[in-house]
Design a binder for this molecule. Structure first.
Ligand code: F6P
Length: 748
């Protein structure tokens, strides 16, 4: 049986059972038909007897038995009548035809005739016996004994048996085949449908709608996936380490190697022409670039950004693409070119004079101009078109970066409805009242809700965003699932704290020792060896709290005069947005304040504040971190701030103190820093003093804890969580779409 194919294993027993049933039914049928025939033959016999009564009575009256014999002889020529006899009134069978068995006398004939099945077996086969009185005018004149042929009944019975068995067998086979085909189709449908539901594969391909019985399973699965999703997000605290290979594996397994497209305003490498006309490559001072570049190296794919360098056009191919990082070609950059008017309106105007101060609430008034808004819309469309042009499939994973592209998600969604769009907002999101100042609040929100996932640094920013949506759009917010339903589409709103790539062992092995870094910095800036050094590394931006920080340094020197002549504060301020008046005024003010402090507290030709308002590459910044006794990050408001994480990562000697603003997103993760209110000058001055006097053991304890947090909460984890959520979201969407198609098909 094992060697039989599955279908036969089912078919053979079924046919056998049906054939046996047919075989058993035949005798019952035989008996029934025999009774019907017996009744018929009795009637027939009575008819024959009646019709012959007169002739028989006459022959008997004439005592002419010879005539009677001849009459009987003619009558039995009927093929069904085998023999005939006449029982005289004295009980003798006085006349009998040839085939009447000699042993059969009238007494025996009467006994057989009285049986329910009056049968006899004679030489020629089975016969039916019937006995009928002969009625003459003078009264009863003996009995006629008739033997009717029954062999035809046997023949018919055998024929019936054959046909019945054949019919039942045929029917059985037919039923079995129909059952098997239905079962096979149904089973395969179940298996295929359930697998597809579980894997989410093939669900978007045009397929026949699932059988109705799958619908409850699909609904259940969808709900279950959602619950799992929520559980997973809640349980992420204790997961294992993330690194580039794990992120790559995630892309391969959960997103099936789908292409990744990054969109940002700032490009990861800028080609500039220096004073001698040589092309130089520069890494921009940008938290966004610091975070996204390692992710892009892990994922490959395409990065679309504004080509803002003076030699950018000279270094791209004819499709405006360049392979990066220089010399390693791990991904490609597609540069887009903006006219000066576009750059002015979209970047300087709407993004940096409007949205930047709006979201940071750093007490700088946002400016909103209609012309900037028009430029912002046009540039968002330009970048959206580039995403569509660069996409090699209709469902790429698009990582949209930052406040420069609030409208782009919906624009891409219109052209690539199946794309998975993850938008990450690198700056804070203020409360609804503050954001509502923007005249185009609704349009911005609608654009952002084209995203599959809207990511922010902190749960607080997510909450503010959801409240802003609630106040401004007809959208349904599911707080339980942290999602927004708007115009039939859902967007997951989630916190993904951004971070840096933890330096590899090889990278750490190449670092100069902190003591060497300290000596080199001293030599470079003329800082005496006995000075304590604190550093600040920022873009030259009013949100970074540089002014308040300088005030705190000044207060430190006032309050703790022992630091005069023993302390230097080095502030790297990378030039940024210098075209804007607000920035120009701010930068001038910082220069003036630094100058004033230096005039007040310089000793022996050594100024306590060194303001380095130039671009510094990552290596230079890294040496600065290693040379410092303290790093001061006192942003007035910051989405996350990666400088503090870079400082921690650079201190493999577990020395150095971090002074950190409570208004930087990073403060949530880096509790072992000296957390301060950046507006409170006194508090920051005290924190500086504490940092400069902190025992080495306490520094080690704090730094070890900070390092373990940054190492674990690294940028691969940031990207990994977003992409994992995206993959699960994609799966759930497939199930929903399939159900929708199914309902549509049924409604039609
Ligand atoms: O913080 C927001 C942000 O876009 C960051 O992502 C980035 O570090 C910085 O601003 C860069 O600003 P810009 O590109 O205007 O120089």
């Amino acid at each position: 049986m094992k060697s039989l194919p599955l279908q036969l294993r089912f078919l053979v027993p079924l046919v056998l059972v049906l054939a046996a049933a047919a075989w058993l039914a035949v005798p019952v049928m035989d008996r029934l038909t025999l009774r019907w025939f017996a009744r018929d033959l009795n009637l027939r016999g009575a008819l024959v007897a009646n019709s012959m009564s007169e002739s028989v009575a006459q022959a008997v009256q004439d005592a002419n038995l010879r005539r009677l014999q001849a009459l009987f002889g003619r009558t039995v020529q009927d093929e069904r009548l085998v023999a005939m006899g006449w029982c005289a009134p004295d009980g003798r069978m006085a006349v009998r035809t040839l085939l009447m068995p000699p042993s059969l006398d009238c007494e025996e004939a009467a006994r057989v005739a009285a049986e329910p099945e009056p049968r006899l077996r004679i030489e020629g086969g089975p016969v039916h016996l019937s006995m009928h009185p002969v009625q003459a005018e003078a009264g009863p004149t003996g009995h006629l004994v008739l033997l009717h042929d029954l062999s035809f009944i046997d023949r018919r019975s055998q024929d019936t048996r054959r046909w019945l068995v054949a019919l039942v067998t045929g029917l059985g086979v037919l039923m079995a085949l129909v059952t098997m085909v239905v079962a096979q189709l149904s089973w395969r449908g179940w298996i295929r449908g359930t697998r597809a539901l579980l894997r989410g594969e093939g669900l978007l391909r045009p397929m026949a709608p699932p059988s109705p019985e799958l619908e409850p399973i699909a609904t259940e699965l969808r709900e279950r996936l959602r619950d799992l999703d929520d559980q997973l997000r809640r349980s992420r605290v204790h997961e294992g380490g993330w690194d580039a290979p794990r992120l790559q594996a995630l892309l391969r397994s959960q997103l099936r190697g789908d292409e990744v497209i990054v969109v940002s305003n700032r490009e990861p490498y800028i080609h500039d022409r220096d004073a001698r006309g040589e092309v130089v490559v520069r890494r921009p001072a940008s938290g966004l670039v610091t975070a996204v570049e390692p992710v892009m190296r892990a994922c490959s794919g395409t990065w679309i950004a504004h080509g803002s360098g003076s030699a950018d056009r000279d270094t791209v191919d004819r499709h405006d693409r360049v392979a990066l990082p220089p010399g390693q070609s791990e991904y490609r950059l597609r540069r887009l070119w903006l006219t000066p008017q576009q750059e002015q309106g979209y970047y300087y105007g709407f993004a940096n004079e409007g949205l930047w101060p709006l979201c940071h609430v750093a007490h700088v008034r946002p400016v909103f101009r209609e012309s900037d808004w028009e430029a912002y819309k046009a540039v968002n469309q330009l970048f959206a078109d580039a995403v569509v042009a660069e996409a090699r499939s209709d469902d790429p994973v698009v990582l949209v970066q930052d406040y420069h592209f609030a409208l782009l998600p919906a624009m891409v969604r219109r052209r690539l409805p199946r794309a998975t769009i993850l938008t990450f907002w690198h700056i804070p999101w203020p409360n609804p009242e503050s954001f509502g100042i923007c005249p185009w609040t609704q349009e911005l929100l609608e654009g952002m809700l084209g995203s599959t996932i809207m990511g922010f640094h902190t749960p607080g920013h997510c909450k503010n965003f959801l409240e802003t949506v609630d106040r401004n759009l007809e959208a349904r917010i599911e707080h339980e699932h942290s999602s927004v339903s708007f115009r039939g589409e859902q967007t997951l709103v989630e916190a993904y704290p951004i971070s840096i790539a933890w330096p590899t062992a090889a990278e750490q092995g190449g670092w100069a020792s902190p003591a060497d870094c300290r000596r080199a910095l001293g030599a470079q800036l003329g800082i005496p060896a006995h000075h304590r050094i604190a550093v600040g590394v920022d873009r030259f931006d009013y949100t970074k709290g540089i002014l308040e920080r300088l005030h705190a340094v000044e207060r430190l020197l006032e309050k703790h005069p022992q630091w005069q002549g023993r302390f230097t504060f080095v502030q790297v301020a990378a030039p940024t947005r210098g075209e804007l008046e607000e920035y120009q005024a701010f930068q001038q003010r910082i220069h003036a304040v630094a100058e004033r402090i230096n005039q007040r507290f310089s000793t022996g030709g050594h100024a306590p504040v060194r303001l380095l308002a130039q671009h510094h590459g990552p290596e230079a910044v890294q040496r600065l971190y290693r040379a410092a006794d303290a790093c001061v990050v006192t942003s007035l408001h910051d989405g996350m701030n990666l400088v503090c994480k870079e400082f921690v990562a650079a201190r493999d000697d577990e020395q150095g103190v971090l002074v950190l603003s409570r208004y930087a997103g990073a403060a949530r993760e880096l509790a072992e820093a000296l957390v301060v209110n950046p507006y409170h000058v006194e508090e920051v001055a005290d924190a500086l003093h504490r940092a400069l006097t902190m025992p080495a053991a306490e520094q080690r304890e704090r730094m070890a804890a900070l390092r373990s947090a940054v190492q674990e909460y690294n940028v691969y984890r940031w990207a990994g969580h977003m992409l994992t959520d995206a993959a699960r979201w994609r799966l759930r969407e497939r199930v929903s779409q399939r159900l929708r198609r199914h309902s549509d098909a049924r409604a039609a």
